[in-house]
Design a binder for this molecule. Structure first.
Ligand code: RAT
Ligand code: ZN
Length: 444
């Protein structure tokens, strides 16, 4: 018998009720967003408000000009107005509004805004109550100019259904580091959680050692015993300063961890500095693997791309460090299946998110489906990676729709056997995906 389609009116009714319930529950479930590049207004904001002065180097980005100049859209505009017509340097010299005007004209008016990043701007405006059919960039600007940044955070979180925002606190970024040193309470906003991010420790130990030494943590390129101790002290001090709930790095496609005999400097930093401190503090380590930095440096943040990474290195880490917990996401589509299979082997590995170039509907659908088929409910399907506050709205709106579609199919498949899921069970499952798995993995 073909069990692929409901055969009776009763079964059809149940299938459509189930779909409606899943969509409603997914729409209502709040999210703890585990990876963003967002900050509270205490870190300064490029767009001030009636009560808040703007800070050109501020870290909180919000408003329509930041939405339009998102680096995903900068890359797209240089495809249609190439650097031979508008040299990179000239684009970067333009003010933020002029850049936004340029992107609006070429990606929204001269051709239709149907890429995922363009569509995201439209969803965001619409869900904030601004009408995309107006095509009124000036009107949108005026609306944002009237908002207070802190109140706007509340509005965006409410609209996006986000209960907590996880920051990325890049300790090697001077602008950010100095703000923490100047004001120990700078990160104290309860809407935000801190994450210590230290890519240079693993990507460029020699360079990191020089900086650590300047900052009072004597270290040398050879990573001798006293450098290990200094680097451990540095990581501990900054975990405390940031109140980190986990630590994180982005790693290149070439990242390899070859096991206990691998004495490359990066592997030693991982084995001797990072993992022991994280185990001692009971904090997970997030590895975002596959970013090939600055293949076109003229594009700035838009100049990075991705590449195929090595899942076996992650497997080796999970096996050799059972006392550590690892979050992992990879940038190449081709790595996703092997990574999900790896997570079946290790309870200390939590796969998360459809990262960066994978955060497109066709790929989110494919990856989420595959993960749920292999891992059931034991994964974290998405994070936003928002760099502009308002992006929380579209990133979660689009992801919720896709995750709900996958769940509807999977529950319907289960129900074709006669199994029934209750509304409470659906709520329980959806909470795990959007909040619970992250919270439990943090606790260990
Ligand atoms: O997605 C992005 O915006 C990237 O530029 C990176 O921020 C990436 O997500 C990262 O955290 O390194
Ligand atoms: Zn990111």
């Amino acid at each position: 018998m073909d069990v692929s389609t409901p055969t009776t009116p009763g079964a059809e009714r149940r299938a459509s009720e189930l779909a409606a319930t899943v969509r409603r529950v997914v729409g209502e479930q709040s999210v703890w967003d585990m990876h963003t590049h967002l900050y509270p207004p205490t870190f300064g904001t490029t767009l001030g408000g009636p009560k808040v002065k703007s800070d050109p180097n501020g870290l909180l980005l919000w408003g329509v000009d930041e939405l339009l100049t998102y680096h995903y859209l900068v890359a797209e505009v240089f495809r249609v107005v190439p650097a031979t017509e508008l040299p990179y340097a000239d684009f970067w010299k333009m003010g933020k509004q002029a850049q936004a005007d340029h992107i609006w004209k070429h990606l929204f008016l001269d051709r239709s805004p149907i890429s995922e990043a363009c569509r995201g701007v439209l969803t965001t405006l619409k869900n904030l109550g601004l009408d995309p059919s107006d095509r009124d960039l000036k009107g949108y600007r005026n609306w944002f100019a009237e908002q207070d940044p802190s109140d706007h955070i509340d509005r965006v979180m409410e609209t996006a259904g986000v209960s907590r925002i996880t920051m990325t606190n890049a300790v090697f970024d001077d602008n950010e580091r100095e703000r923490w040193l100047a004001d120990p309470k700078v990160g104290a906003d309860p809407r935000f959680a801190g994450v210590l991010r230290f890519d240079p420790l693993l990507r460029d130990w020699a360079g990191a050692a020089k900086l650590l030494t300047e900052w009072g943590y004597d270290a040398n390129a050879d990573l001798d015993a006293s450098s290990v101790e200094s680097a451990q002290r540095f990581v501990r001090d900054w975990i405390d300063r940031v109140g980190a709930i986990y630590c994180a790095v982005s790693l290149p496609p070439e990242f390899r961890y070859g096991g206990a005999d691998d004495n490359s400097t990066g592997s030693r930093v991982l084995r001797e500095v990072v993992l022991p401190v994280l185990e001692e503090r009971g904090l997970p380590f997030a590895m975002m693997i596959g970013s090939r930095m600055q293949v076109n440096p003229s594009l700035g943040d838009a100049g990075d791309m991705g590449g195929l990474s090595d899942v076996v290195s992650v497997v080796t880490l999970c096996r050799e460090f059972p006392g550590n917990r690892f979050f992992c996401t990879m940038l190449a589509r081709e790595n996703q299946h092997e990574l999900a299979v790896a997570a079946r082997k290790f309870g200390n590995l939590m796969v998360f998110g459809c990262w960066w170039f994978l955060n497109n509907p066709s790929l989110v659908d494919e990856i989420t489906r595959m993960r749920i088929e292999l891992l059931g409910l034991s994964c974290i399907p998405q994070h936003s990676d928002a760099r502009v506050l308002d992006q929380l709205i579209y990133k979660w709106d689009h992801s919720r729709e896709l995750i709900a579609t996958v769940l509807v199919d999977k529950y319907q498949d289960a129900e074709k056997t006669g199994w029934r899921v209750t509304d409470d069970e659906i709520r329980r499952d959806v909470k795990l995906l959007f909040e619970g798995n992250f919270a439990s993995f943090l606790k260990g």
